[in-house]
Design a protein around this ligand. Structure first.
Ligand SMILES: *Cc1c(COP(=O)(O)O)cnc(C)c1O
Length: 374
């Protein structure tokens, strides 16, 4: 077993060197990645600036940087800076979108049977009716059947979670986007697990997500990108301030600006690493993880072996408790992973899984240590 089983080792070394040394083996980026020194320092620097200059004066000095950030986020989603609003989380983005859209109660929204439970709850809280998108046995949308649904009985919009939280599965978002466009049905893409992980410029009408996962930015920051045709249908609670694009009405005036600054720096690091190289290494890490852990101690990999994501989930052997396993991996082996219960995606999960989600710095040694511990 040698290091050349993973491509772009330079990315791993650079990622590691740019960050505080981990206390153990961090294989949990689908929950939250480790921030870099520069990201931590930029956020701290802005907070210090607030204390020195006054919060709103400091915010004005960060204006250009924040606008660069909107531009990069827009670029990653296939949109423009004017289409982007910073919000507090992915959930906050969805709430802002639904609040502004004001769809009639009872409007149907097609989403995956394995949709993230909090998203379903938000749709319902807005009086919308989630209905299942047709999927195959693993939970992947089936474009031919989706096309039929869109022509026979079009929903108000399609909500697609690009990579779910409970499974390392990549949905065919570009194909679904093309079908939605053809049918005139808007596509809303939950990119919380996909931005910084895979290509999110897929032609969706709305893309939203979060800072703390694959982009390795601070917590408490998210974003909402909306194409002008959909933005024109939104009614914000309050109008945008004078002289800024309409989507700015969805940014909260009172915000964790230091966190937004940190996210902008994190995105700069992501671009500098080379997004294609980042994706290639993450895909290789996912494949190697599945190679090394499938069947070990009776744990079974859920995803297809070659699924192009870094996230792997494992079903436990009979009688083994996933939450207890997650705890002992942490306390006895210093390995950080997540236990995901079926309440995360009750329409699809039949039991709990252990989720392994390494970022660029993962080594063959880390993954072998996980396999040995299991
Ligand atoms: C984490 C996650 C969210 C929620 O992100 P927050 O920033 O915590 O609101 C939404 N969707 C998916 C698929 C996620 O994994």
């Amino acid at each position: 077993m040698t290091g050349d089983r993973l491509p772009h080792e330079d990315l791993a070394a650079a990622w590691r060197k740019a960050r505080p040394r981990p206390a153990g083996r961090h294989l949990d980026s689908a929950a939250m990645s480790r921030q870099s020194h520069r990201v931590l320092e930029a956020a701290a620097h802005h907070a210090r600036h607030e204390a020195e200059l006054g919060g709103y004066v400091a915010e004005a000095t960060a204006d250009d940087l924040l606008q660069q950030g909107r531009s990069v986020l827009g670029g990653l989603a296939g949109m423009a800076a004017a289409d982007v609003a910073f919000v507090e989380s992915a959930q906050a983005a969805l709430v802002a979108l639904l609040t502004g859209w004001r769809l009639p109660a009872g409007s149907r929204v097609a989403c995956l049977p394995g949709e993230y439970a909090p998203n379903i709850a938000q749709l319902r809280a807005c009086g919308l009716r989630p209905e299942p998108l047709p999927v195959d046995g693993i939970g992947r949308a089936e474009p031919e059947r989706v096309a039929r649904l869109l022509t026979d009985d079009p929903p108000a919009f399609v909500h697609l979670t690009h990579i779910p939280s409970h499974r390392g599965l990549l949905q065919p978002a570009a194909e679904v986007a093309a079908l939605c466009r053809e049918a005139g049905v808007p596509l809303v893409l939950d990119a919380a697990q996909s931005l910084g992980h895979t290509d999110t410029d897929v032609g969706a009408d709305v893309v939203y997500g979060t800072s703390r996962k694959w982009l390795a930015g601070p917590r408490g920051v998210g974003f909402l990108c909306v194409r002008p045709a959909i933005a024109a249908r939104l009614t914000p609670v309050l109008p945008e301030p004078e002289g800024v694009p309409p989507m700015r009405a969805f940014e909260s005036g009172e915000a964790h600006v230091a966190g937004r600054v940190g996210l902008v720096i994190a995105m700069g690091e992501h671009l500098a690493a080379g997004v294609d190289r980042v994706r290639e290494r993450l895909v290789a890490i996912g494949r190697l993880t599945r190679d090394l852990v499938d069947g070990v101690g009776g744990w079974q990999v859920v995803e297809p072996h070659d699924e192009p994501t870094a996230t792997t989930t494992l079903r436990p052997p009979d009688g083994v408790d996933v939450v207890a396993t997650r705890s002992s991996l942490l306390s006895e082996h210093g390995i950080v992973v997540s236990a995901i219960g079926p309440e995360r995606a009750p329409g699809e999960m039949t039991g709990p899984v252990l989720r392994i989600s390494p970022h660029l710095d993962a080594s063959v040694d880390d993954l072998e240590a996980l396999a040995a511990a299991l």
